[in-house]
Design a protein. Structure first.
Length: 651
């Protein structure tokens, strides 16, 4: 009997023949090469992520996922959860397993066990887990009927597993998959890596109590958090970054540097201290100046709207839960059963569209670029609020550009140049993602062809490298998103420019063209900071609280050697403040050294020290934050003021 052969098509379009039934792992080793076989963790067969042990039974589009792919890292963390559960059951027989999903940066596993895991026990579990890695056991996949699975797990006394299987069967599952390594077996959907050895290293991070199915009426379980990496180098780099991130945590620095507060009586809305307000104001003024210099006009629009606006924009149907509704007392008095006719605006776009309609627009008026920094409210779930990164009240450096279709490429180019300038000003590097038409969308293909071509023309014209995200665009148009990398290598999604063909239709926006006839404009939604609140959180962590002079909430601290010169110090403070410098003077009873140290803890860019000599000569002794403790520069007051004026200039 001859074995039929199947055609395998690789991502570069090349095709190879292999006997039907060959495992993907064997195919890679024999038909592609040992290098790729060694790096391979998973495969995508006809778009579906599968184990390397799966066989090639039909013609297949095949992509190999190596240790470099995010899916592979997630998979070895799932492998690691199995390995940890195996280790726990070997060390503590009688412990029952429940679930062990992967999460951002790692995984957890919940166990049913009488008492919490101790530090010592975690060390032993981690040790055994890493021995299981060293044993390089193969992950084996098998399919069983629900009855077989229930019998097997019931026989092991795993009542949580039985409950999960019964749930899945109730939803209609006919076949279940089991994954085993060595003698340990779990039922899950997979996929898994080829062997335990492919998980380079497991690190357990903490343990805590958790409830079965997250419900406090259920049994208390013991959760172990951990992470896994392909090698120790990756783990060490991550641990170091985590430690650095904890030191820079904006919630902690917000307290230490006295920048903002939160109060439970206004959840998710910050109280800004004078220092925090200074940062906010600088960022706002900087963006306003750039916007006005780049052809935008600034407008302010109402905060509160009748629901008619949200019905027009489409938000009332889809987004109502995220809006704060306001009762109309007249409607209530008239007996309206649902008198919540008003809502605080969660975004500026619909109000800008109304504004556009106030006058008859001509092709000569376009592009019209409207910039607004108004306060916005979104009703985020109470449980999801945290620091400045997830808030209910915020403002954006928002703008909407109304233009003709033939102006899109130029407008996008202008926007990206502005964004590039701003991110460079803060020392943030960035990368672009170009998201194209999704399956569910408005408009015809010709419209999408033109829209995507405009964005591509802009990106190519800028010579900007980008990652293509097919299908990730919004239903109303394609977009470009920007991720910034901070000083410790973390990525944050910040800026965006999105084409919108739907809003002009909904709001019936028109302009009179050269032909004297009405035409539809296109709207570009765009932001660079995103929200001021989140951007400030990112800046605090990026700079670890040591802001460059032009952003620093206090730019100069004044310290005196003796009380005799305090009056002179006050005149220095006044002269600096009059020149627009943000300056503080501590004339309390503390020691000079302690005051200098305090200024340094507050990460104030310059501390000037004044004594008798400085008073006589109108000089200042200047200490720069982060420079050598002993190093002082003495210069005339005017020279120092001149230096500040240069450094405080907006970049
Ligand atoms: Zn699994
Ligand atoms: Zn918008």
């Amino acid at each position: 009997m001859t074995v039929a052969s199947v055609t395998v098509t690789l991502p570069d379009g090349s095709q190879k023949q292999t006997p039907a039934g060959t495992s993907i792992g064997d195919f890679v080793r024999d038909s592609i090469g040992p290098g790729l076989a060694k790096a391979a963790v998973l495969a995508k067969a006809n778009g579906i992520v599968v184990d390397l042990s799966r066989t090639l039974d039909d013609d297949t589009q095949l992509e190999i996922l190596t240790t470099k792919s995010p899916e592979a890292l997630d998979t070895i963390r799932h492998d690691a959860a199995h390995i940890v559960a195996d280790a726990v059951q070997r060390l503590f027989p009688g412990t029952q397993v429940t679930i062990g999903p992967t999460i951002d940066n790692g995984f957890y596993y919940d166990f049913d066990r009488g008492q919490p895991f101790t530090e010592d026990e975690l060390v032993r579990i981690e040790g055994l887990a890493n021995e299981i890695i060293a044993a390089d056991l193969r992950f084996t996949r098998s399919e069983v009927s629900p009855e077989q699975a229930i019998e097997m797990f019931a026989g092991k006394g795993e009542k949580f597993k039985v409950e999960i299987i019964q749930d899945i069967v109730a939803k209609g599952a006919k076949v279940l998959t089991l994954y085993s390594h060595g003698d340990w077996v779990d039922f899950c959907e997979g996929p898994h890596g080829p062997t335990t050895g492919r998980v380079g290293v497991i690190k357990l991070l903490s343990s805590s109590a958790a409830y079965w199915r997250g419900d406090h009426r259920n049994k208390t379980l013991q959760r172990i958090y951990g992470t896994a990496f392909f090698d120790k180098k990756g783990l060490d780099a991550w641990l170091k970054q985590r430690e650095e991130a904890e030191k820079r945590d904006h919630r902690r620095l917000g307290k230490d540097l006295d920048l903002f507060h939160f109060h439970p009586l206004s959840p998710g809305a910050a109280f800004w201290t004078p220092k925090g307000t200074a940062i906010y104001t600088v960022l706002s003024a900087y963006m306003r100046q750039l916007a006005l210099a780049n052809g935008y006009v600034e407008i302010k629009t109402p905060l509160l709207y009748n629901k008619g606006l949200w019905e027009l924009s489409g938000h009332w149907g889809k987004y109502k839960e995220n809006m704060f509704l306001v009762e109309d007392s007249e409607a209530k008095a008239a007996g309206d059963p649902d008198p919540h006719h008003f809502s605080l605006k969660p975004m500026n776009c619909p109000s800008h569209h109304l504004y556009y309609g106030f006058r008859k627009q001509s092709y000569r008026d376009l592009p019209l670029r409207l910039h607004t920094q108004d306060v916005l409210h979104r009703n985020e779930a109470a449980g999801s609020l945290g620091g400045l990164t997830r808030v209910r009240q915020f403002a954006q450096d928002d703008a909407h550009i109304y233009c003709r279709e033939d102006q899109i490429a130029e407008e996008v180019k202008r926007f990206v140049k502005l964004l590039d300038h701003v991110y460079n000003a803060f020392g943030l590097s960035y990368s672009a993602k170009f998201a194209t038409r999704p399956p569910q969308r408005i408009g015809d293909d010709a419209m999408w062809d033109r829209a995507e071509a405009s964005l591509k023309t802009a990106l190519d014209g800028l010579g900007l490298a980008y990652e293509l995200k097919p299908g990730d665009g919004a239903f109303y148009g394609p977009k470009i998103d920007f991720d910034v990398s901070d000083s410790i290598g973390r990525k944050w999604q910040l800026g965006t420019v999105q084409l919108d063909y739907a809003a002009p239709e909904r709001f019936d926006l028109t302009y009179v063209g050269e032909d004297g006839k009405p035409h539809r404009p296109v709207v570009l939604h765009r932001a660079i900071y995103g929200s001021f609140e989140r951007f400030i959180a990112i800046l605090i962590e990026h700079f670890a609280g040591a802001f460059p002079l032009w952003v620093a909430p206090v730019q100069v601290a004044v310290v005196t050697v003796t009380d005799r010169v305090n009056d002179h110090a006050r005149t220095v403070v006044d002269r600096l403040a009059a020149a627009g410098v943000r300056v503080s003077f501590d004339d309390g009873n503390g020691m000079m050294k302690a005051k200098i140290r305090d200024a340094s803890l507050q990460k104030i860019p310059y501390t000037i020290v004044l004594g008798d000599k400085e008073v006589e000569t109108d000089q200042v002794s200047v200490r720069t934050f982060g420079a050598d403790q002993q190093k002082m520069e003495t210069m005339s007051f005017d020279a120092f003021a001149q230096r500040l004026a240069v450094e405080a200039r907006f970049p």
